[in-house]
Design a protein around this ligand. Sequence first.
Ligand code: SF4
Ligand code: SF4
Length: 383
Amino acid sequence: MSTLVPEQARATVRELEAQCRQCLQCGQCIGACPNGFELELGPRRVVRMILSQDVEKLLKCEDVWRCSECQACTEACPMEVDVAGMMGRVRELQMEFGGVRCPERKVAEIATKRLSRKNKIDNMLFGTAMVSRGFIPSDLLATAEMGIKMSTGKVRRRPRLTVEGTEPKPFYAGCSLQQDKEAFNATAKVARELGFPLAEQEGAGCCGHGSRGKVPAKLETDKSVFTVCPACDYSLQEVEIETEPVWQALVEHARREELKLAAAKPRFVPYVGCLTDRETALGSLADAAELADAEMVSSYPGLHAGCCGALGAMFRGPTEAVLKLIDFAAENEAPIVTPCLLCRDNVRSAVRSAKKKVHVYFWPEFFQAAGTAATTADGEADD
Ligand code: SF4
Ligand code: SF4
């Protein structure tokens, strides 16, 4: 068995082992991991496999594909092991030397190839490529809806979000917002109503995050940009572009200008996903709730920051973290509100699969400027 593993893979793992030697196996990394519910082994045991140089097991470890690269493990490690970096290196090792057949891995491979040719991912072609390789989406209805949207030309393709005003602020839409007309319009509407001028940047295709390969972000700018997706924040910051989530800026703007917000429902359950700066995001949602006289119903923070499933969820089905969140929202008879579009879609798929009556809103579908909410707030999810 061991002879099948190329020497180069063994040499790489030896290098990694040298970088992990100070690991105490204390478990703080898995304790901090917002995806803990989904991982079979977790980062501590991945580090352990590196320490024991168990190359065969590392090449088969699916956990590294369920890691959302949030860095919480690295930040938590008292011995300064770059745990998230190790997860990434094992992913690269699997890409190079083979490994498991899992949807996340196939998604990553296809995304990497496509992004190296074009600066955005076409969801329909992407889905077709996955299906042709035997990975059938778990939420066929949502997939069909997206396919219909794409084929009827309702999905916008060129930058067009410009909210007039003095010195419009640079805005990077990313690929998910670009492909969702309703969410795009809802974002523009809130910005307009709050008098927050935005100008969408050319080149706002996929930031490259979804690939988890070596495809860089396509945006080139020396300016700080407002963003709508935490994966974009992560990828753009890696290429030293400063980012700020636009919804947090809008809430801050409303507070500064003493503007009230309006909420679509009197109470809601927050969900910030695993990639967002969680504490700040929950704080901003609480601020928005206060400005809208709405009640934010929350439990311990982990419930609001688990993994939505990101890349793999549409093929694997709902994550444990999201099912717990949906139960919490159902018990509290409140909708879920998230600032991440990918999270919204994955949580909606999970709601459908769990057959629960829980609505899921992307933040601008739920929060609008006071006096305008009645016109478009409609975050239906599961009907
Ligand atoms: S937190 Fe650091 S020291 Fe503790 S188990 Fe994880 S990698 Fe090892
Ligand atoms: S980077 Fe985040 S998701 Fe990945 S193992 Fe570390 S804490 Fe978990």
